[in-house]
Each structure stands twice: as structure tokens, then as C-alpha cells.
Write a protein that binds this ligand. Structure first.
Ligand code: B12
Length: 207
């Protein structure tokens, strides 16, 4: 979806330059140092929670890239960190994954454990997952810069009515067929039905 938006930008550029060879579009889909390049482009600074923060917009966005075979004028300057003495993200991380400012141990991060990790979650304390069954935004939710972030208005990103109608019991009884309908074109496919079911069963152990 986001890639399509970047492709539109490419079309606009090509309307000026003519067709360009060797262009590439990425959104979290290639081994590119997303945050480092974004800082270098002046888009924001890396916060103590390790996300890229735009001072007036917060951190709830994805970073996309458009590689072009043409040299562009630099438009922004790298921004120095603006977290000051704030440690809200570190204090709030329920699994202690943010071990120090700018330092995350992904193995303890709920986002990693619920999306990327394929093994068994036993050995973690379900209470520390705070009900998160796919990904985690706690270190962003508590960030003062996210007071400025606005909900997105992109129609394609809005949750479906079926998703909004889901209640705790529906999640506990989720079937593969439900999963396929709810997340047909979603990034949730990354965890897959088995992964999501594992997470739901795991956090249910808390009760
Ligand atoms: C692995 C990964 C994770 C791991 C580890 C996260 C981490 N903080 O390291 C896990 C699974 C835990 C994770 C979780 C999340 N992730 Co993630 N993740 C990635 C991914 C795929 C790779 C990051 C990485 O390891 N890069 C390799 C290392 C070596 O690079 P690095 O961390 O930037 O650090 C090096 C560079 O900065 C370099 N460097 C320093 N200065 C310079 C200057 C230059 C010029 C260069 C070239 C390099 C350089 O030195 C550093 C040390 O080696 C990126 C996408 C991407 N391609 O970047 C998304 C990404 C970081 N994730 C993202 C998101 C949204 C999340 C979650 C919020 C998802 C969620 N809701 O659950 C959480 C947030 C958790 C958190 N606090 O970070 C977004 C962040 C958006 C933002 N505003 O910052 C990204 C950028 C994806 C995207 N394209 O939008 N993620």
C-alpha cells in the first residue's frame, strides 16, 4: 500500500525526467538502514526508544525509500537527539527490552516475540505482555512527542468492521478461517494464524 504511494511519487518525478532505469522502492522490505538514512535526510532524530521521531509529528509512521539514479540536492540536515532527560520509554517497557537509552535487546521486545519469534513463548511472563498479541507500541505510546501524532486518515488503513467487532472471546476462539478473512491483505500475515494463536493463548494464561 505504502509502496504504491511511493510509486506515485516516482511517476511524478519521471513526468519531469523521463523514464528512469534502476529505480527501487522499499518500505520495511529490504536490508536498508531505514532510520539512519532518515536521520541523514533530516527527517527526525532517533529517540531513546530507538524509533525515528519527528518533533512535530511523533514516531507513528513507517519509513519508505525511493532509490533513484539521479543526484538530488540535499534538503535537510541531521537533527540532534531531543529526548533530554526523559526516560519514559525505558521506564514503561514491561519486559525491560530497552536496556539503556538507544539500546534495545530485541529478544526481550514484545514486538519481536509476538511477530518475528517462531518458538515457544513459555519462559516469558505473560503478565509482562500487557495484553499485546501482535507487536507493541508501549515505548511509543508513552513518548511525549507522540502527543502531537494524529490518527491516520488513509481509508485503506482503517480497520474493517469485522475487526472492530471482535471481542475477547472471539479472539480466544479464533479459527484459521476467521484469520484468513480478517487479515487477507494485512501485514499480520507475517505472524500467520499459528503465530497469532500462540500469542493469544499465551497472554490468556495471565488470567
Ligand atoms: C529488526 C527490526 C526490528 C527489531 C529490532 C528493533 C530495533 N530497534 O533495533 C524488532 C522486531 C524488535 C522491531 C520492533 C519494532 N519495529 Co522494527 N524494524 C527492524 C528493521 C527491519 C531493521 C532494523 C535494524 O536492525 N537495522 C540494522 C541495524 C544495524 O541498523 P540500526 O539499528 O539503524 O543501527 C545502525 C545504523 O543506525 C548505523 N548508523 C548510524 N549512523 C549511521 C549513518 C549512516 C549514514 C549509515 C549508513 C548508518 C548509520 O549504526 C547503527 C549500529 O550499527 C527496520 C527496517 C529497516 N530496514 O531498517 C524496522 C523498523 C526500525 N521498525 C519499525 C517499527 C514501526 C517497529 C515497531 C514499532 C513495530 C511494532 N509496533 O511492534 C517496533 C518498535 C520497537 C522498538 N522500540 O524499536 C519502523 C520504525 C519507524 C520509526 N518511526 O522509527 C522501521 C524503520 C520499519 C519501517 N520501514 O518503517 N523492529
Amino acid at each position: 500500500m505504502l509502496k504504491n504511494k511511493i510509486r506515485l511519487l516516482l511517476e511524478r518525478i519521471e513526468s519531469q525526467t523521463g523514464k528512469l532505469e534502476n529505480t527501487r522502492v522499499f518500505v520495511d522490505s529490504a536490508p536498508v538502514l531505514d532510520r539512519a538514512w532518515a536521520v541523514r535526510c533530516g527527517l527526525g532524530f532517533i529517540g531513546k526508544n530507538t524509533t525515528l521521531i519527528q518533533p512535530k509529528k511523533g514516531s507513528f509512521f513507517f519509513i519508505g525509500h525511493l532509490f533513484l539514479p539521479i543526484e538530488l540536492e540535499e534538503t535537510g540536515k541531521p537533527m540532534a537527539n531531543r529526548c533530554g532527560r526523559c526516560t519514559k520509554c525505558i521506564d514503561a517497557c514491561p519486559t525491560g527490552a530497552l536496556e539503556a537509552p538507544f539500546h534495545i535487546d530485541a529478544r526481550k521486545c514484545i514486538s519481536y516475540l509476538t511477530i518475528e519469534y517462531k518458538g515457544c513463548l513459555e519462559g516469558n511472563d505473560p503478565k509482562t505482555f500487557k495484553g499485546w498479541m501482535y507487536g507493541c507500541d508501549i515505548c511509543q505510546d508513552v513518548c511525549p512527542y507522540n502527543k502531537f501524532s494524529l490518527p491516520n486518515v488513509e481509508p485503506k488503513f482503517q480497520p474493517s468492521e469485522q475487526l472492530l467487532a471482535m471481542r475477547e472471546n472471539d479472539w480466544k476462539n479464533l479459527t484459521k478461517a476467521d484469520f484468513d478473512v480478517l487479515f487477507k491483505h494485512s501485514a499480520m500475515q507475517r505472524a500467520g494464524y499459528e503465530g497469532l494463536k500462540r500469542n493469544i493463548d499465551f497472554i490468556a494464561e495471565e488470567n
